[in-house]
Design a protein around this ligand. Structure first.
Ligand SMILES: Nc1ncnc2c1ncn2[C@@H]1O[C@H](COP(=O)(O)OP(=O)(O)OP(=O)(O)O)[C@@H](O)[C@H]1O
Ligand SMILES: [Mg+2]
Length: 352
């Protein structure tokens, strides 16, 4: 109790959603102050940091041989420790730089399926980036708080958070996760599926960012959509290596995305099968809440509704709800203490 109050006097309390695709930061009393891609650009020769966030993302796949633009997280977890820590430090400096002389307390949202070693990497990265104390919360729990679901009540709240690297599925009741599943299939895998489809069908390679643009612009996976959207895309002919322009349609993108979407549907069904019947009854009444950038995929809500035969809700701010929930927890650690991940907590998550 004393340390919580004392902590509050000392300075910045910050919540971070360190995502595979995007990092968001919430500063206590200020709200969400940073939304940037989780990308860094380094100078290969000197090893120095050239850019982070938006600026670094523009360099992805476009730099010359001495510039390396990289994503320090993969599949929801830290893949390159040094870079993750440098990126977090750079972002924190941007938002609380002037008051950084008082080291912040940081709450980081982490995937529910991660191992003890992966959790330790997050803690260590936050400490190396300047945190004086680190708390962890599981992403679906933070998302549920961000959405405003009654997480403390004895009712089943089901969240499906489709991010860049992972899809997290969780049923929360009485301040904790009852069952959950985590799969390393989300937005990034959708981009890869589009790249593979174009390569197989048109013998043409396209970049990661082009695939993502296709997904954002013309993907439409609703079973009731019968229109056609079209987009011109550029890439390289696999055989001749020369540049080509082709047109792709929403129907083709739907075919390309079938695999990853089916994996997500199966994981939701498997999680429901493991959910106690009383909580399933609540979920039948309340429906499933979708969070994460992947939930912006057009038609996904309708498709899931048909596939799992439950009401599906999209939320107003799917990209922000994890960090807003984590921020709300950080605003009142005493009330939300039970939601924090304790070192002794063992994972109940299944990797499908
Ligand atoms: N309009 C859209 N349609 C389809 N996908 C979208 C759209 N907008 C964003 N996305 C996708 O959402 C993903 C990023 O979502 P989000 O920021 O929630 O992920 P993250 O939290 O960084 O990742 P993770 O939680 O897996 O670590 C990207 O794959 C992006 O392409
Ligand atoms: Mg996320």
């Amino acid at each position: 109790m004393f340390s919580l109050k004392f902590g509050r006097l000392l300075g910045n309390d910050v919540a971070v959603d360190l995502g595979t695709a995007n990092t968001l930061i919430y500063v206590k009393g200020q709200g969400v102050v940073l939304r940037e891609p989780s990308v860094v650009a380094v100078d290969r020769v000197s090893g120095g940091l050239l850019a982070v966030g938006h600026e670094a993302k523009r360099m992805l796949g476009k730099g010359h041989r001495n510039i390396l633009a990289k994503r320090p997280l993969k599949d929801g977890v830290i893949n390159d420790f040094e870079l993750a820590q440098e990126m977090l430090y750079a972002f924190l400096k941007k938002v609380i730089g002037k008051t950084m002389f008082v080291r912040p307390r940081i709450l980081v949202a982490v995937p529910s399926g991660i191992t003890e070693v992966e959790r330790r990497a997050v803690r260590d990265a936050a400490v190396a980036a300047g945190a004086r104390e680190v708390f962890l919360v599981e992403e679906p729990v933070a998302a549920a708080v961000g959405i405003g679901l009654p997480v403390h009540e004895p009712v089943g709240n089901m969240i499906v958070d489709i991010g860049g690297g992972t899809t997290e599925i969780a049923v929360i009741s009485l301040s904790g996760i009852v069952v959950n599943g985590s799969i390393r299939v989300a937005g990034d895998e959708m981009d890869v599926a589009i790249q593979n489809y174009i390569r197989d069908k048109y013998k043409m390679t396209i970049g990661e960012q082009t695939a993502e643009q296709i997904k954002h612009t013309i993907a439409q996976v609703s079973p009731v959509f019968d229109g056609v959207l079209r987009m011109e895309i550029r890439g390289l002919d696999v055989l001749s290596g020369s540049p080509r322009t082709i047109e792709v349609t929403s129907q083709e993108v739907r075919d390309a995305l079938k695999g990853p979407i089916q994996t997500i549907v199966d994981a939701i069904k498997k999680t429901l099968e493991r959910t106690p019947p009383e909580l399933v009854a609540d979920i039948i009444d309340q429906g499933i809440y979708l969070a994460g950038g992947g939930s912006l995929l057009k038609g996904l809500k309708e498709l899931l509704q048909e596939e799992v035969n439950l009401l599906v809700h999209t939320v107003e701010d799917p990209l922000d709800c994890v960090v807003r929930g984590a921020g709300k927890i950080m605003e009142d650690l005493e009330t939300y203490d039970r939601l924090l991940l304790k070192p002794k907590d063992v994972g109940t998550s299944r990797r499908y």
